[in-house]
Design a protein around this ligand. Structure first.
Ligand code: XIL
Length: 342
């Protein structure tokens, strides 16, 4: 009996994440009060940064209302071997989100990048790859069932010319891999909103046209698709105008879909010094992206791809985020707050 109780106690501790949160929330860090924003303001969060850097966690907790695990749900990290899943880092982030009242976006289930060697090195038959894909989605989405508001089910499926990328999934399964993935995600968590997430499709062009065409076709065929994510990684001089963004988002809404600005950052060219004028220009770009979201009823939120410049995937030298490398707020934050105010 004693041994049985011990086993149960250990199992319960394991479920609770080995005895407590691994990411501490700095004392006094209060989440934004309800009603601060008209739409969720999200940030991509990385577990290593959140464990090491208190300023990073403070800025996230006090500013954002939504969290996207930046890498922790990518196939190579969460499912590194055929029969081994490692949910630890993702669970830590979801736990942080739950403790601080944030929505969670799941990122991402099918992508041609950040795949483990066991997926990329094998010669697959269509049946075997389809089964592996469905099992992966079923397990990852099922593990987080009820905790994730929306999933980027398929990430970056298109080439710039508007053709589906000739990646492993397309080569082995043909275009039906997208439908297979969406149906598997729906079955694993019927309440999660399912997105296709794409980069550089914010403006008119072959990629946007193909994405809208695919979305219309999937909707018409009864395939479970709820929204389109526009990544909106951009630069100081190359950002889509508010008008272009609104036009694209309205076209997506016109198909009966939600739309999210899912990975926004605004990189400053290396040669450009950090002057007040440059930071104001960056604030204007951010303000325009956020204003576009606020103007479209079906825009479900804007997620910035990181918390502060120190930890940005682009490198601190690009200064692309709302907080600087010393975790201090930049003019861009005020612009976003104004555009998204509740
Ligand atoms: C990036 C992360 O930010 C980096 O930390 C990682 O090394 C590579 O991936 N589009 C996407 C994101 O959909 O998953 C990418 O994230 C950035 C581009």
């Amino acid at each position: 009996m004693q041994a049985r109780l011990t086993v149960l106690a250990v199992a319960a501790l394991g479920l609770a994440g080995c005895g407590g949160p691994t990411i501490s929330v700095p004392s006094g860090a209060q989440p934004p009060p309800p009603g601060t924003y008209s739409r969720p303001l999200g940030m991509a969060v990385q577990e290593p940064a959140a464990e090491e850097d208190e300023g990073y966690v403070r800025d996230f907790v006090t500013t954002a209302t939504s969290l996207t695990p930046e890498n922790e749900l990518k196939w190579a990290i969460v499912h590194p071997e055929p029969s081994r899943y490692d949910f630890g880092p993702a669970d830590d982030l979801v736990d942080l989100a739950q403790r601080t009242g944030k929505r969670v976006r799941g990122h991402t289930l099918v992508w041609d990048q950040e795949l483990p060697a066991w997926v990329t090195n094998r010669t697959w038959t269509p049946d075997a790859l389809r089964a592996a894909l469905v099992e992966h989605i079923k397990t990852v989405v099922g593990h987080l069932r009820g905790k994730v508001a929306s999933w980027d089910v398929v990430n970056e499926p298109f080439s710039d010319d508007g053709n589906l990328k000739p990646d492993l999934f397309l080569r082995v399964l043909g275009p039906s891999y997208i439908e297979t993935a969406l149906r598997a995600a729906r079955a694993a968590d019927p309440d999660a909103k399912l997105f296709i997430n794409e980069l550089a499709a914010e403006r008119p062009g072959p990629k946007r046209a193909a994405l809208l065409g695919l979305a219309a076709q999937l909707r018409g065929g009864g395939v479970p698709l709820d929204g389109i994510g526009l990544q909106d990684h951009t630069t100081l001089d190359g950002a889509p105008s508010q008008a272009d963004l609104e036009d694209t988002m309205n076209r997506i809404a016109g198909l009966g879909l939600d739309v999210e600005l899912s990975e926004v950052d605004v990189a400053i060219p290396l040669a450009t010094a950090t002057t007040p004028a440059v930071l104001d220009q960056q604030a204007q770009v951010y303000g325009a992206q956020a204003s576009a979201c606020a103007a479209v009823a079906r825009c479900t939120g804007m997620t910035v791809w990181g918390v502060d410049d120190r930890w940005s995937w682009l490198g601190a030298v690009k200064r692309p985020l709302l907080f600087d490398a010393a975790a201090q707020q930049k003019p861009a934050l005020a612009a976003v707050r104004t555009a998204l105010r509740g």
